[in-house]
Design a binder for this molecule. Structure first.
Ligand SMILES: [Zn+2]
Length: 80
């Protein structure tokens, strides 16, 4: 199953960003933190739920993205 990722790792910062906050398609400039594969932002309103498209054989992408995004939030709020 193609994991539908709500967040991706933006290469330029690098930080985890929501799919709604990046350019559409391959121009999003984001990677999957689990496999370092490029993500494609599906956020132009043609999908029911915006997400990053991703290769189907990456194991653990969603877990990794959610885990790393949560850690980023905690870090930025100053809890660690
Ligand atoms: Zn991946």
């Amino acid at each position: 199953m193609d994991p539908k990722l709500p967040f991706g790792l933006r290469i330029s910062d690098p930080r985890y960003v929501n799919v709604e906050s990046v350019p559409t398609g391959a121009k999003c400039g984001c990677l999957c933190p689990a496999c370092n594969g490029p993500l494609v932002a599906k956020n132009a309103g043609r999908q029911k739920i915006s997400h990053f498209a991703h290769k189907a054989d990456c194991v653990g992408a969603l877990e990794t993205v959610l885990n790393e995004t949560a850690k980023q939030i905690v870090r930025e709020l100053g809890f660690v």
